[in-house]
Design a protein around this ligand. Structure first.
Ligand SMILES: [Zn+2]
Ligand SMILES: [Zn+2]
Length: 216
């Protein structure tokens, strides 16, 4: 049974999944949280840095952490390509708040996180059992083409930015492609998970959300 620890980095969440043979760090936030993340990762015996996707607020400390911890990092190939050219990210939104987030995100296209090389590519369907944990990688495209989630113990779903909990739980407030994004929300629903851990905002109950949600 793996334990999930949320590491709050301002507006962004990173997570530690602790297994019997090491931990996986999910996402690396922005540079200002470097020292805190480094200390946490050392304490937690991190063996792999896993990225839910390649947006700059989720990869800011990857280069430093890889070097300091001597660990590889993983990402979907589609996002690994776009990371090399952040101006190529595409952002759409269909709500007022989403459009405001898109507007404020435009400036981040100018920002290049320190570059790193991705050593492991995931596309969904893999497990993280080598670290002694019951954790399955799930493709959740839409927010970005290469968005990935991790379903832990069949009940705790780290979903990256496939869903947000900003003001309230919703599907991604901004996205590259709408219809795969909504299919990814269905994928999360159909997993039967109990708790959803989004990249932004607090974890929330899947059952409560899907009982009341008419998505949007
Ligand atoms: Zn994102
Ligand atoms: Zn994000």
């Amino acid at each position: 049974m793996a334990a999930i620890k949320q590491i709050k980095c301002g507006m962004v969440n990173c997570f530690i999944i602790a297994g019997e043979r090491g931990s996986v760090l999910v996402d690396t936030a922005v540079v200002r949280y470097r020292d805190m993340l480094l200390q946490t990762a050392k304490r937690e015996n991190v063996k792999l840095i896993f990225h839910t996707h390649g947006h700059v607020d989720h990869i800011g400390n990857t280069a430093t952490l890889m070097e300091q911890l001597s660990v590889p990092c993983a990402m979907h190939e589609a996002d690994a390509e776009t990371v090399k050219n952040p101006k190529a990210w595409v952002y759409h939104a269909n709500t007022f708040l989403g459009k405001m987030i898109v507007a404020s995100t435009a400036s981040s296209k100018m920002y290049h996180a320190p570059q790193f090389s991705v050593e492991r590519f995931f596309e969904g369907g893999e497990t993280l059992e080598e670290f002694g944990m019951d954790a399955k990688v799930v493709a959740l495209p839409g927010h970005t083409r290469g968005s990935l989630g991790i379903l832990v113990d069949g009940k705790d779903f780290i979903v990256g930015d496939a869903m947000f909990n900003v003001l309230k739980p919703t599907p991604a407030r901004l996205y590259e492609e709408l219809s795969p994004m909504m299919e990814s929300v269905d994928e999360i629903k159909n997993s039967g998970c109990e708790t959803i851990y989004p990249g932004h905002g607090k974890p929330f109950s899947a059952k409560e959300y899907f009982r009341s949600a008419i998505s949007g």
